[in-house]
Design a protein around this ligand. Structure first.
Ligand SMILES: CC(C)(COP(=O)(O)OP(=O)(O)OC[C@H]1O[C@@H](n2cnc3c(N)ncnc32)[C@H](O)[C@@H]1OP(=O)(O)O)[C@@H](O)C(=O)NCCC(=O)NCCS
Length: 317
């Protein structure tokens, strides 16, 4: 078995591996790790495999691979190696094992995709195609304190005239019409991809059927000629203190429209939330500095450099 020479054993993760998985995850994503809330559900998903590498019976690494795009794409997620085992090539070994396993079980798979963060070495681009990049702005606030400010900012923007257009919340039928529109796929979606909370989906009828069951709030500036679209999924608890993490993915490059959807997504999400929240806003790099100064001037929120932007990479499987 691959890995044998490194004293590794690979296996499918089980519910009772949870504590050990958490113990190798303490420093991940500066406390904004999604795995603690997702781990047990991931184990039940029929199109996902969660693989562990163990050394002398102890968990030293985890990776998950999920099949999307009607069986065409394997998405690699959740990769982590125990801090004292890093730099020994274990990330490469566990991924190769997981990808070979998933390919043997889903022969229709043709490509693998990753959403990576941080500076990537030039070497990475000899192995992968870059599909798109999104920048991230992380802001931290207390829901009850932000709500009144948000109402007054929305009132002010509405009164400001030309640059304001009321965002439209899309129903299921409109979501398909808008997100499958060729002009949107080619001109608005980054790399023709719907990125939802780190997973890059191809715009297709079947992917949208899956996403429409997820309780996402879908917004657009227009259903006829959209230039900006956004998605907000349900907030979830993260290890950092008693915080929730809220993700808003924005596609398109028009700042006033992006700002309008950001405040509307936030207003809708905050109706259900209390206490401290990390809000992660993913957007085109060209919007980042405008969005950052808007959050600073409108709400007095300075950004937190907790995460770096995301890059979607693809290679043959
Ligand atoms: C990033 C991390 C998983 C790398 O693990 P590692 O075992 O120390 O990595 P190594 O440099 O020894 O291994 C090199 C191999 O891992 C791959 N690799 C390294 N970082 C990777 C990443 N973020 N995503 C995918 N593959 C990665 C390399 O491509 C290389 O593969 P190859 O052997 O096929 O050439 C580890 O540092 C970690 O757990 N960090 C904290 C969690 C994290 O940042 N996860 C990444 C999410 S994007």
């Amino acid at each position: 078995m691959e890995g044998a020479t490194h004293g590794l054993e690979f296996c499918l993760a089980q519910a009772d591996d949870f504590e050990q998985v958490m113990s190798i995850s303490v420093d991940i994503y500066n406390g904004l790790d999604y795995l603690p809330v997702r781990y047990h559900n991931w184990l039940k998903e029929p199109l996902r495999r969660v693989i562990l590498a163990k050394k002398e019976g102890r968990v030293v690494a985890l990776v998950s691979v999920c099949v999307i795009d009607d069986g065409h794409t394997a998405v690699v997620e959740g990769l982590r190696v125990a801090p004292n085992e890093r730099g020994k090539g274990i990330a490469g070994l566990i991924q190769r094992y997981a990808l070979a396993l998933i390919k043997s079980q889903f022969p229709s798979l043709e490509v693998r995709r990753y959403t990576r963060t941080g500076q990537l070495s030039p070497d990475v681009f000899t192995k992968f195609r870059l599909i798109c990049s999104q920048e991230v702005l992380v802001i931290h606030f207390v829901a009850e304190e932000l709500q009144p400010k948000l109402e007054s900012v929305i009132g002010h923007l509405r009164g400001s005239g030309e640059e304001w257009e009321e965002p439209i919340q899309l129903g299921a039928g409109e979501v398909k019409k808008v997100f499958l529109d060729r002009r949107v796929v080619e001109g608005v979606l980054p790399g023709g991809t719907i990125i939802l909370d780190w997973i890059p989906y191809k715009p297709s009828d079947s992917n949208l059927e899956i996403l429409l069951k997820r309780g996402i709030t879908w917004m657009a500036d227009s259903t006829v000629d959209p230039t900006v679209l956004s998605l907000c999924s349900n907030a979830y608890k993260v290890p950092e203190g008693a915080n929730h993490r809220l993700n808003i993915d924005i596609f398109g490059k028009n700042f006033p429209q992006a700002r309008a959807q950001f405040v509307f997504q936030l207003r809708k999400a905050l109706r259900l939330l209390q206490g401290p929240i990390y809000c992660l806003i993913y957007m085109d790099l060209s919007l980042w500095s405008n969005m950052q100064s808007f959050c600073q001037t409108a709400f007095g929120l300075s950004y937190q450099r907790l995460l770096e932007g995301q890059k979607v990479l693809e290679a043959e499987l």
